[in-house]
Every structure is written in structure tokens, then in C-alpha cells.
Design a protein around this ligand. Structure first.
Ligand code: C5P
Length: 401
């Protein structure tokens, strides 16, 4: 399945371009979102209107279109894709890629891209067998471009030989294979908590904290990118929903606990939420009124500890439970103690002594504390922390118990 996967399709100019329409349909049926770049030559074979109708998005063609460059620069086109697919990859486009040219939108996107590229070549068999093309293919293969096809067979030019573009179902299979290989968490279920909780005082007031939810949301996104079926239980945040993740929005700690229990069983639970330690003992039904200078006393009671609850032994315990700890000193010692107290497997201790807190900052300095010992990670962005954590989780789950 391709749910949450974003494909940037580059349609170059060849008779096989019509097959790109069929491919869009098949990719979208599998849950992928598809955005298309159409070269000038490509538009001689398929119309922007057909591509636009099938992708349900606008089609990008112009390198120097002012609106496209301000709203959707060529850098963003590849940044917002998980995979670039070239259908058909013509001899000319392959040559321009091999040379690093940037003379139209397609070649510029390809030069600026740091995303995997899958190309389905299509051309006359003599063009395909020409040493120039073969040298270009060798160069591009060396650089990591994945090729599907070409097939051998009858060609539009009434000749026979290698150069026929692979059929849409074979290109789809190559796309699925690519994601399966890059999905070390496929078949796993993951639960992530994120954000603050809001604990009602009365219908309009609450107790909360400054958690942004950035780290938790980034972890949910990374687990989903790794192929895990991911549920994100989140308190109120300004973060957008991560693609491909099932999002459960809650307000209070008790709602978070209920949503987490509902998400079980899972293979891995990551508790990144800043759950409010306490809540008002009873939320007032009506808005509290000022009473002649006397401030109301709010009695607080302790909230359930979700991480500790998930860590309790039992047949629904996830095989890996991970918690966070924000520390300013004796980071590893405190994290070890917290790990023992909560009963979880790993604690990611955030070093918040260097000015960038857990709350709101873009970076984290992590110490991973587990039964095996301690790993100090270099300071990195929260997205990089999420990627590294997802990779560590995948490796851990692969290891026999
Ligand atoms: O005890 P402390 O709040 O420092 O522990 C932090 C870790 O415990 C975090 O992983 C947080 O998500 C989790 N936690 C929880 N439920 C609570 C309090 C903390 O899941 N009520």
C-alpha cells in the first residue's frame, strides 16, 4: 500500500507518455498522492488537463512561472515528494540528467532533488543501445537512479527491440518494491503520544503547559514513513497532521489514556507527550465567577501516568515502550532512575541545559538510556531525532528476543 506516500511524476516527451495517465490512476488507487511535472515535449503527447484531472492537482511545467516559483518553487516540488518517477524517461532527459543540466523545470527539479528517483526509459532501440545512452544509464545507475525496463518488443516506430517502456503495472510494482525496501517497519503497529494536555478548571479555563508537540509529531511521521501503522494520540497543538498517520485528538490526560488503550495492541509505544501531572479535582460545570476579591482555591489531584501504565507487564504490553525525560543535570543518572520507576524499556533523555528546551525549540540533544547502557546522540533537529529513533526501533524489533 502507498498510503501517505507522495509521488512526483515527471512526464517527458515520448509516445509512451500516454501510459503515465494509467500509472497515475494505479498509484492513486493504492493511496499515493501524485503531483505531475510535464515537460514541453511531454505536453505534445498528453495534455496538462488530463494529468491535472487524474492527479486532482495543478500540473507544473514552467521553470520561470512567477506564481509557481513563489507558491511552489522547484525545490519544494522535490522536498514534498517521497519518490520521483520519470515516465517516460527519454534519451534526451536522461542525457540532461547525466550532465547535470537545469534548462527546464523537470531537469532543474531532478538536479535539486535529494529524493530517490525511479525512471522508466522509453526510446527507439538504436537510441537505447547507443553508447552515449548506455554511458548515461551507467552514470545515473551509479548515482542511485533506479531503472525499470525498458522492455523488448514492437515499438511505435514499427521496429522491434529494447526500448519499449515498461507497462504501468510493472512500474507500479517497482514503486511498491522501492517502498517495501525502504519500509523497515512494515507490518508493525506504533503508538505515539504528543503535545500537552489541557485539564479543565471550568468550561473556559484549563491547566496546561508549553509543549509544542513537534517532537512527538515528527516521531509519528518517521514511524509512518518507515511503514508502521501509526496512531498518534495528541493534545492540542498547532502542528499539522503527519501524512499517513491516524490522528486521535484529545484534551485531558484521562482522554489520552483512554485513546492509548484503544490503540492497543501495538509493537512500540513512544510517549512524547508532556502530560499534565495534575488536574483540578473537579471541573466546575459553570464558569467560575469572581467573588469579592476572594480567589478560588483549586484543588489538584494526580493524573494517571500513561507511560507507566503502558509499561506494566501483561499480554497487551508493547514489546518496546519508550519515554522521554527532560533533564538539566546528571542526565543519564536521572534517566536511569526514571526508566526504573516507569518500567519502560528506553528513556530518551533530553538535555535541556543548553538553552533549547523540549518545548518549542527545533533541536534536541538526546541520550538514549536502555538496559544495555547509554548512547549519546549529537545535537540534531527534532526531525533527525525522529528519523534516528525510527531506525533504532526498526533494528530493535528485528532482533530476536
Ligand atoms: O515523570 P515525567 O513527567 O518526567 O515523565 C516523562 C515521561 O512520562 C514522558 O515520556 C511522558 O510522555 C510520560 N508521562 C506520561 N503520563 C504522565 C506523565 C508523564 O505518559 N502522566
Amino acid at each position: 500500500m502507498l498510503h501517505g506516500k507522495r509521488i512526483l511524476l515527471i512526464v517527458a516527451g515520448g509516445i509512451a507518455a500516454y501510459k503515465s495517465l494509467e500509472l497515475v490512476r494505479r498509484l492513486r488507487e493504492r493511496g499515493a498522492s501524485v503531483r505531475a511535472v510535464l515537460t514541453a515535449a511531454g505536453s505534445q503527447f498528453v495534455t496538462p488537463l488530463s494529468l491535472s484531472a487524474l492527479t486532482e492537482d495543478k500540473v507544473y511545467s514552467e521553470l520561470f512561472s512567477l506564481t509557481d516559483e513563489s507558491e511552489m518553487g522547484h525545490i519544494r516540488l522535490s522536498r514534498e515528494a517521497d519518490l520521483i518517477v520519470i515516465v517516460p524517461a527519454t534519451a534526451d532527459l536522461l542525457a540532461r540528467m547525466a550532465q547535470g543540466r537545469a534548462d527546464d523545470l523537470a531537469s532543474t527539479v531532478l538536479l535539486a532533488a535529494d529524493k530517490p528517483v525511479l525512471a522508466a526509459p522509453a526510446m527507439n532501440h538504436r537510441m537505447w543501445l547507443h553508447p552515449a545512452t548506455q554511458a548515461n544509464i551507467a552514470t545515473l545507475t551509479e548515482r542511485g537512479v533506479i531503472f525499470v525496463g525498458p522492455d523488448e518488443g514492437a515499438m511505435a516506430c514499427n521496429e522491434h527491440g529494447p526500448g519499449r517502456m515498461a507497462e504501468p503495472q510493472d512500474i507500479l510494482a517497482a514503486v511498491l518494491n522501492h517502498f517495501a525496501a525502504s519500509a523497515p517497519l512494515a507490518g508493525r503497529r506504533a503508538l505515539v503520544t504528543s503535545g500537552p494536555t489541557h485539564e479543565a478548571i471550568d468550561p473556559v479555563r484549563y491547566v496546561a503547559n508549553r509543549s509544542s508537540g513537534r517532537q512527538g509529531h515528527a516521531i509519528a511521521a518517521a514511524l509512518a514513513r518507515g511503514g508502521a501503522d501509526t496512531v498518534l494520540v495528541t493534545g492540542p497543538t498547532h502542528e499539522p497532521d503527519p501524512p499517513g498517520v491516524t490522528v486521535r485528538r484529545i484534551e485531558s490526560a484521562r482522554e489520552m489514556l483512554a485513546a492509548c488503550q484503544e490503540a492497543l495492541p501495538v509493537d512500540v509505544a513512544v510517549c512524547a507527550a508532556a502530560v499534565s501531572d495534575w488536574r483540578p479535582a473537579a471541573a466546575a460545570d459553570q464558569k467560575l465567577k469572581k467573588k469579592g476579591g476572594e480567589a478560588p482555591a483549586i484543588e489538584l489531584v494526580e493524573n494517571p501516568d500513561i507511560l507507566a501504565g503502558l509499561s506494566e507487564p501483561g499480554n497487551r504490553r508493547p514489546s518496546l515502550v519508550i519515554g522521554f525525560a527532560a533533564e538539566t543535570e546528571n542526565i543519564v543518572e536521572h534517566a536511569r532512575a526514571k526508566r526504573a520507576r516507569k518500567g519502560c524499556d528506553w528513556i530518551l533523555a533530553n538535555d535541556v541545559s543548553q538553552g533549547t528546551g523540549t518545548f518549542g525549540g527545533a533541536e534536541n540533544t538526546i541520550h538514549l538510556v536502555s538496559a544495555e547502557g547509554e548512547e549519546a546522540w549529537p545535537r540534531m533537529t527534532k526531525t533527525a531525532v525522529a528519523e534516528r529513533l525510527a531506525a533504532r526501533i526498526a533494528k530493535h524489533l528485528e532482533e530476536p528476543a
